[in-house]
Design a protein around this ligand. Structure first.
Ligand SMILES: CC(C)(COP(=O)(O)OP(=O)(O)OC[C@H]1O[C@@H](n2cnc3c(N)ncnc32)[C@H](O)[C@@H]1OP(=O)(O)O)[C@@H](O)C(=O)NCCC(=O)NCCS
Length: 449
């Protein structure tokens, strides 16, 4: 407007001298400027909806069964069986968690056929649920991103979905592998960037799962047995769009931090062969320290974007005081993230991961309830876990319009990725992975252990 008025002033210094051509010129300029602004402006991205995998009851693997199978296995020595029993007791998981069909056998065998069947059963189920929930026309999907760390068949899991749902030929398809538990937040950032270069109102479908059958470790190295004990079946599909219509959440920020330049971070979750040549994924004891450092780096970037000014001011004042009065050893101020978010979904890495984030960020038991209950009911479902936590908050009816949600994903690399969302409309139905059992939660885990 100012530009158009300026142009009118220059070409017609006296009001009487304005001709229709001047007005036309001003309008053309106004239109061009508005078009350039709209084209360059970052489009807001929305979460239309999401659907989590609900494993069938017959895939349940109670801790006693898990331990019994370990006892009966000819591959595991006594020390390994004791270790499995010890960690299962401290795992924070219930007897309701599920493993894929292949892991119900003694000895488990997972070839390509079984792994593909496992992946298909999860990704098709969540995609069916999401399509049914959102009523979206399949041709409206312009971007497809799948994430699966260990199982990467040819054709890819993304191709499986294109083939099954006959998605359009000019679809932008990406398949993320090896990115472990933080991949679903990574994929949200990637989809958000892809949607920026697509026409307004485009849709991106993201499907995340971890096919646990092919990553089952059959050796006796403790740090490589941990994923066997903690990881369970799970998966999620999400639909993102630049159209607000029917959307449930608005994406506020995504912050990604990668610390792989540091050797200990790079190797703390590492796929390799043990000394006997048996393939598995090692989770080292350093992982907790590495995760804490990666989270600190993430907060340094995301904090100023999400925290209110008062919290930022307190943080900077303490920081300056610490530097000026260095001999007093003033402890750095930990900003109160609870004033920035009503709900927090921390990756369900294991009880120690949740506890250390709770301590580090001074969170109440209420804030970590979705994480602990997801671990208890479903186990560590890798990248999908933060979405089961969102589903927990939805199913409990705790999500209100305007509520802010913070997702914190951790994964091999080592990465710490966070996404923050603002609720536009709470869920209209409590159907989801917690259907039929949400009233039993929260449970007192300290009494169950
Ligand atoms: C494994 C875990 C459940 C154990 O519970 P805990 O209450 O912390 O118990 P402890 O620390 O006493 O550990 C129990 C045993 O596990 C062993 N242990 C723990 N972490 C281990 C690791 N990464 N590698 C090998 N052994 C490990 C301990 O040495 C201990 O063995 P011991 O009894 O013979 O001394 C807990 O440490 C945890 O949640 N760890 C994080 C798991 C992880 O890395 N998740 C990321 C996946 S994305």
């Amino acid at each position: 407007m100012a530009l158009a008025a300026g142009v009118l002033k220059i070409v017609a210094p006296q009001p009487g001298a304005i001709y229709p051509t001047h007005v036309l010129l001003a309008m053309v300029l106004l239109t061009i400027t508005a078009s350039i602004y709209l084209a360059l402006r970052r489009k807001t991205v929305y979460l239309v909806d999401y659907a989590c995998f609900r494993p069938s009851f017959n895939l349940r693997c109670p801790k006693a069964t898990f331990l019994e199978h370990a006892h009966l296995s000819s591959l595991l020595d006594d020390s390994s069986v004791n270790f499995i029993g010890n960690v299962l007791k401290r795992s924070g998981m219930s007897d309701e968690t599920c493993v894929p069909p292949v892991l119900h056998y003694i000895e488990p065998y997972c070839g390509l056929y079984e792994a593909r069947a496992e992946a298909e059963s999860i990704v098709f189920s969540v995609t069916d649920d999401l399509l049914a929930k959102t009523w979206i026309n399949r041709d409206a999907i312009g971007v497809l991103i799948t994430t699966s760390s260990i199982f990467c068949p040819i054709p890819s899991i993304a191709d499986m979905i294109v083939n099954r749902y006959k998605l359009r030929g000019d679809l932008r398809v990406m398949n993320l592998s090896g990115m472990a538990c933080s991949a679903s937040v990574t994929a949200v950032g990637l989809a958000s960037n892809m949607l920026q270069v697509m026409p307004w109102g485009s849709h991106a479908l993201i499907v995340s799962t971890e096919t646990t059958g092919p990553c089952h470790y059959q050796g006796n190295t403790r740090s490589m047995q941990l994923p066997n004990i903690l990881f369970r079946t799970g998966g999620v599909a999400k639909l993102l769009s630049t159209s607000r219509s029917k959307a449930r959440f608005e994406l506020a920020h995504v912050t990604r931090i990668i610390t792989a330049a540091n050797n200990s971070a790079y190797r703390c979750a590492y796929q390799e062969e043990d000394e006997k040549g048996i393939l598995g994924t090692r989770l080292t004891k350093d992982l907790m320290v590495v995760a804490g450092d990666a989270l600190k780096d993430n907060l340094t970037t995301s904090g100023p974007l999400v925290l209110p000014t008062a919290e930022l001011l307190k943080f900077f004042l303490f920081d300056i005081a610490g530097k000026v009065l260095y001999w007093r050893k003033i402890r750095p101020y930990i900003p109160n993230f609870c004033v920035a978010f009503e709900h927090i979904c921390i990756h369900v890495g294991g009880p120690a991961v949740i506890s250390s984030i709770q301590r580090g960020l001074n969170l109440s038991d209420k804030h970590v309830e979705p994480s602990r209950m997801t671990l208890y009911r479903f186990g560590n479902q890798s990248a999908a876990s933060v979405w089961y936590e969102l589903a927990y908050i939805d199913a409990k009816g705790l999500m209100k319009k305007g509520d802010r949600v913070w997702m914190i994903g951790f994964g091999a690399g080592y990465e710490c990725n966070t996404a923050s969302w603002v609720c536009i409309q709470p869920s209209s139905c409590a159907d989801g992975p917690w259907a039929n059992c949400i009233n039993c939660y929260p449970v007192d885990i300290s009494r169950k252990a």
